[in-house]
Design a protein around this ligand. Sequence first.
Ligand code: GLV
Ligand code: GLV
Length: 317
Amino acid sequence: MEKIFVTYKIPEIGLKLLSKFNVEVNEEDRTLSKKEIIERAQDATALVTLLSDNIDAEIINALPRLKIIANYAVGFNNIDIEAAKAKGVIVTNTPDILTDASADLAMALLLATARRIVEADKFVRKGLFEGWKPELFLGIELNGKTLGIIGLGRIGKAVAKRAQAFGMKVIYHNRRPLTSEEEKNLDVEYRSLEQLLKESDFISLHVPLTSETYHLLSRSKLKLMKPSAVLINTSRGAVVDEEALIEFLQQGKIAAAGLDVYENEPEVPYALKELDNVVLLPHIGSATVETRNNMAVLVAKNVLAVLEGKKPLTPVY
Ligand code: GLV
Ligand code: GLV
């Protein structure tokens, strides 16, 4: 019987769909090492992985029976796609179904940074609330402000829609601009990356991490942001030069940041934790009950399709 190795327990609803196969799940609450994955998945034809598993060429080449790597995420920068391609191993991700949950979280960070929600919550818990004051916790009004979206794909578009409902003007930057008809339908305007950085009051990142987007917001790009601007990152940490970002936040060269992802996850620099103008989340963009269940089902359907000799639903190449 074909074996499926799952590197970390995913919602039961997905695992149940695979029950006619031999499913081995790592039941421990930790990321497995490369050596452990190679050992435990040795005879597996399918591998279910998390974005925190670094599935490199060494792992892919060490698993002789492998047919599919089903990543429990939309991003797949954790997998060496070229190595998989070279070995004829299919790679799938979980696009579309997590778009709304991810866009909600970007919006939550936008609101939380604009209105200083976390700082204000801490203030109340510390017992410092002594009555209504005209200038207590003044934040930034969203209505009339400009949101710059870098990466107007599925998630970026869903963020645009939400931001527009709050009265924001939306500009965007993509490698390839949309057609003017699409721009009109979505009520968005294209800008060069430089112009977007200069013009935006809020900037939200929705690009995948690739060799082209690594440190897309480098020190010199971050410098272009207004000192009053806020950066939201729910994509991948390494899209931003984190060290430069920390410096700019410390020096007030950028007003605030809302971060769900970090350059060396799960490591979160101490300097970030010390800043009041930063909201920090533990990579929970897609973390709703509905979405995580849907992701588990899609992962299982991809595995089932490939093991049954059919086309996967959401291959990445
Ligand atoms: C989350 O970051 C994902 O890629 O699904
Ligand atoms: C991911 O789903 C994207 O295209 O934004």
